[in-house]
Ligand binder design. Sequence first.
Ligand SMILES: CC(C)(COP(=O)(O)OP(=O)(O)OC[C@H]1O[C@@H](n2cnc3c(N)ncnc32)[C@H](O)[C@@H]1OP(=O)(O)O)[C@@H](O)C(=O)NCCC(=O)NCCS
Length: 160
Amino acid sequence: MPVFQIRPLTPVDCAWVNHVLVTEWGAEIVVVHHETFHPADLPGFAAFVGEEPLGLLTYNISGNECEIVTLNSWHEGLGVGTALIEAARQVAGRAGCGRLFLVTTNNNLYALRFYQKRGFVLSTVRINAIAESRKLKPQIPLMDQDGLPIRDEIELEMLL
Ligand SMILES: CC(C)(COP(=O)(O)OP(=O)(O)OC[C@H]1O[C@@H](n2cnc3c(N)ncnc32)[C@H](O)[C@@H]1OP(=O)(O)O)[C@@H](O)C(=O)NCCC(=O)NCCS
Protein backbone atom coordinates (compact mmCIF):
# COMPACT_ATOMS: atom_id res chain seq x y z
CA MET A 1 0.00 0.00 0.00
CA PRO A 2 1.56 3.36 -1.02
CA VAL A 3 1.94 6.19 1.47
CA PHE A 4 -1.39 7.81 2.28
CA GLN A 5 -2.13 11.54 2.39
CA ILE A 6 -4.18 13.33 5.04
CA ARG A 7 -6.19 16.34 3.93
CA PRO A 8 -8.89 18.51 5.53
CA LEU A 9 -12.48 17.86 4.48
CA THR A 10 -14.09 20.34 2.09
CA PRO A 11 -17.78 20.90 1.18
CA VAL A 12 -17.24 18.53 -1.77
CA ASP A 13 -16.86 15.68 0.74
CA CYS A 14 -20.32 16.18 2.26
CA ALA A 15 -22.11 13.38 0.35
CA TRP A 16 -19.24 10.96 0.91
CA VAL A 17 -19.15 11.70 4.65
CA ASN A 18 -22.91 11.12 4.90
CA HIS A 19 -22.49 7.80 3.11
CA VAL A 20 -19.80 6.77 5.60
CA LEU A 21 -22.03 7.76 8.51
CA VAL A 22 -24.93 5.67 7.25
CA THR A 23 -22.85 2.61 6.41
CA GLU A 24 -20.56 2.72 9.48
CA TRP A 25 -22.73 4.33 12.16
CA GLY A 26 -26.29 3.59 11.02
CA ALA A 27 -27.49 7.14 10.27
CA GLU A 28 -26.24 10.56 9.17
CA ILE A 29 -26.27 11.72 12.79
CA VAL A 30 -24.17 10.95 15.84
CA VAL A 31 -25.79 11.31 19.26
CA VAL A 32 -23.49 11.69 22.26
CA HIS A 33 -23.94 13.29 25.69
CA HIS A 34 -27.47 14.38 24.68
CA GLU A 35 -26.08 16.26 21.71
CA THR A 36 -26.83 15.52 18.05
CA PHE A 37 -24.09 16.04 15.49
CA HIS A 38 -24.29 16.02 11.69
CA PRO A 39 -20.71 15.03 10.89
CA ALA A 40 -21.08 16.01 7.22
CA ASP A 41 -21.39 19.60 8.45
CA LEU A 42 -18.35 19.34 10.72
CA PRO A 43 -14.70 19.95 9.93
CA GLY A 44 -12.51 16.91 9.65
CA PHE A 45 -9.73 15.06 7.90
CA ALA A 46 -9.63 12.25 5.39
CA ALA A 47 -6.85 9.84 4.53
CA PHE A 48 -6.46 8.94 0.86
CA VAL A 49 -4.26 6.99 -1.47
CA GLY A 50 -5.02 8.61 -4.81
CA GLU A 51 -8.81 8.62 -5.01
CA GLU A 52 -9.25 5.77 -2.55
CA PRO A 53 -10.39 6.85 0.93
CA LEU A 54 -8.69 4.99 3.78
CA GLY A 55 -10.04 6.85 6.77
CA LEU A 56 -12.18 9.68 8.08
CA LEU A 57 -12.18 11.78 11.25
CA THR A 58 -14.66 14.55 12.06
CA TYR A 59 -14.40 16.93 15.00
CA ASN A 60 -16.18 19.79 16.71
CA ILE A 61 -14.51 22.68 18.49
CA SER A 62 -16.61 24.32 21.19
CA GLY A 63 -15.12 26.82 23.60
CA ASN A 64 -11.62 25.65 24.31
CA GLU A 65 -12.38 21.98 23.76
CA CYS A 66 -12.13 19.82 20.68
CA GLU A 67 -14.25 16.68 20.42
CA ILE A 68 -13.50 13.89 17.97
CA VAL A 69 -17.00 13.03 16.79
CA THR A 70 -16.23 10.16 14.40
CA LEU A 71 -13.16 8.12 13.48
CA ASN A 72 -13.04 5.32 10.93
CA SER A 73 -10.24 3.51 9.18
CA TRP A 74 -10.86 0.98 6.41
CA HIS A 75 -7.30 -0.28 6.16
CA GLU A 76 -6.45 -1.08 9.73
CA GLY A 77 -2.94 -1.37 11.02
CA LEU A 78 -1.35 1.04 8.52
CA GLY A 79 -1.25 4.04 10.87
CA VAL A 80 -4.27 5.78 9.34
CA GLY A 81 -6.14 6.08 12.64
CA THR A 82 -3.04 7.35 14.42
CA ALA A 83 -2.36 9.93 11.68
CA LEU A 84 -5.94 11.20 11.79
CA ILE A 85 -5.77 11.57 15.59
CA GLU A 86 -2.51 13.47 15.22
CA ALA A 87 -4.12 15.81 12.66
CA ALA A 88 -6.95 16.50 15.11
CA ARG A 89 -4.51 17.07 17.97
CA GLN A 90 -2.60 19.61 15.90
CA VAL A 91 -5.68 21.50 14.76
CA ALA A 92 -7.00 21.58 18.33
CA GLY A 93 -3.68 22.89 19.58
CA ARG A 94 -3.57 25.61 16.93
CA ALA A 95 -7.14 26.61 17.86
CA GLY A 96 -6.01 27.08 21.48
CA CYS A 97 -7.95 24.13 22.86
CA GLY A 98 -6.93 22.83 26.26
CA ARG A 99 -8.57 19.45 25.78
CA LEU A 100 -9.07 16.92 23.01
CA PHE A 101 -11.72 14.36 23.86
CA LEU A 102 -14.05 11.74 22.43
CA VAL A 103 -16.83 9.43 23.47
CA THR A 104 -16.89 5.73 22.81
CA THR A 105 -19.11 3.01 24.18
CA ASN A 106 -18.49 0.28 26.75
CA ASN A 107 -18.46 -2.47 24.13
CA ASN A 108 -15.80 -0.90 21.89
CA LEU A 109 -12.87 -2.63 23.56
CA TYR A 110 -10.59 -2.16 20.58
CA ALA A 111 -11.20 1.62 20.58
CA LEU A 112 -10.49 1.75 24.33
CA ARG A 113 -7.17 0.05 23.70
CA PHE A 114 -6.40 2.18 20.64
CA TYR A 115 -7.05 5.55 22.32
CA GLN A 116 -5.28 4.71 25.58
CA LYS A 117 -2.19 3.61 23.65
CA ARG A 118 -2.24 7.04 22.02
CA GLY A 119 -2.24 9.03 25.25
CA PHE A 120 -5.94 9.41 26.00
CA VAL A 121 -7.15 8.76 29.56
CA LEU A 122 -10.62 7.97 30.84
CA SER A 123 -12.36 11.12 32.05
CA THR A 124 -16.04 10.22 32.45
CA VAL A 125 -18.29 7.19 32.38
CA ARG A 126 -22.00 7.83 31.78
CA ILE A 127 -23.82 4.71 32.84
CA ASN A 128 -26.72 3.68 30.59
CA ALA A 129 -26.38 6.87 28.51
CA ILE A 130 -27.05 5.00 25.28
CA ALA A 131 -30.67 4.41 26.26
CA GLU A 132 -31.17 8.20 26.00
CA SER A 133 -29.19 8.39 22.74
CA ARG A 134 -31.36 5.65 21.27
CA LYS A 135 -34.45 7.84 21.71
CA LEU A 136 -32.88 10.31 19.26
CA LYS A 137 -31.15 7.67 17.10
CA PRO A 138 -33.12 4.41 17.15
CA GLN A 139 -30.60 2.86 14.73
CA ILE A 140 -28.16 2.30 17.62
CA PRO A 141 -28.34 -1.47 18.16
CA LEU A 142 -28.91 -2.97 21.59
CA MET A 143 -25.92 -5.27 21.11
CA ASP A 144 -22.81 -5.25 18.99
CA GLN A 145 -21.60 -8.01 16.67
CA ASP A 146 -19.85 -9.77 19.58
CA GLY A 147 -23.08 -9.84 21.58
CA LEU A 148 -21.92 -7.15 24.01
CA PRO A 149 -24.61 -4.72 25.17
CA ILE A 150 -24.11 -1.16 23.89
CA ARG A 151 -24.98 0.66 27.08
CA ASP A 152 -22.57 3.22 28.55
CA GLU A 153 -20.69 6.23 27.24
CA ILE A 154 -16.99 6.33 28.06
CA GLU A 155 -15.27 9.66 27.56
CA LEU A 156 -11.52 9.76 27.01
CA GLU A 157 -9.44 12.92 26.97
CA MET A 158 -6.02 14.26 26.23
CA LEU A 159 -5.00 17.55 27.83
CA LEU A 160 -3.16 19.76 25.35
C1 LIG B 1 -9.95 2.35 15.82
C2 LIG B 1 -9.48 2.54 14.37
C3 LIG B 1 -9.86 3.93 13.90
C4 LIG B 1 -7.96 2.35 14.30
O1 LIG B 1 -7.53 2.66 12.99
P1 LIG B 1 -6.18 2.06 12.35
O2 LIG B 1 -6.00 2.74 11.04
O3 LIG B 1 -6.15 0.60 12.38
O4 LIG B 1 -5.12 2.63 13.38
P2 LIG B 1 -3.53 2.44 13.37
O5 LIG B 1 -3.14 1.65 12.13
O6 LIG B 1 -2.96 3.77 13.54
O7 LIG B 1 -3.28 1.60 14.69
C5 LIG B 1 -4.02 0.41 14.96
C6 LIG B 1 -3.41 -0.50 15.98
O8 LIG B 1 -3.91 -1.81 15.76
C7 LIG B 1 -2.95 -2.61 15.10
N1 LIG B 1 -3.67 -3.26 14.02
C8 LIG B 1 -4.89 -2.96 13.56
N2 LIG B 1 -5.26 -3.79 12.58
C9 LIG B 1 -4.24 -4.64 12.43
C10 LIG B 1 -4.03 -5.72 11.56
N3 LIG B 1 -4.94 -6.11 10.69
N4 LIG B 1 -2.87 -6.37 11.68
C11 LIG B 1 -1.95 -5.99 12.57
N5 LIG B 1 -2.10 -4.96 13.43
C12 LIG B 1 -3.23 -4.30 13.35
C13 LIG B 1 -1.93 -1.62 14.71
O9 LIG B 1 -0.66 -2.17 14.58
C14 LIG B 1 -1.98 -0.65 15.89
O10 LIG B 1 -1.50 -1.28 17.05
P3 LIG B 1 -1.02 -0.50 18.38
O11 LIG B 1 -2.25 0.19 18.96
O12 LIG B 1 -0.51 -1.57 19.28
O13 LIG B 1 -0.02 0.52 17.94
C15 LIG B 1 -10.12 1.46 13.44
O14 LIG B 1 -9.86 0.19 13.99
C16 LIG B 1 -11.60 1.60 13.20
O15 LIG B 1 -12.04 2.30 12.28
N6 LIG B 1 -12.44 0.93 14.02
C17 LIG B 1 -13.88 0.90 13.82
C18 LIG B 1 -14.53 2.22 14.13
C19 LIG B 1 -14.27 2.66 15.54
O16 LIG B 1 -14.40 1.90 16.48
N7 LIG B 1 -13.90 3.94 15.69
C20 LIG B 1 -13.67 4.54 16.97
C21 LIG B 1 -14.99 4.93 17.54
S1 LIG B 1 -14.84 5.82 19.04
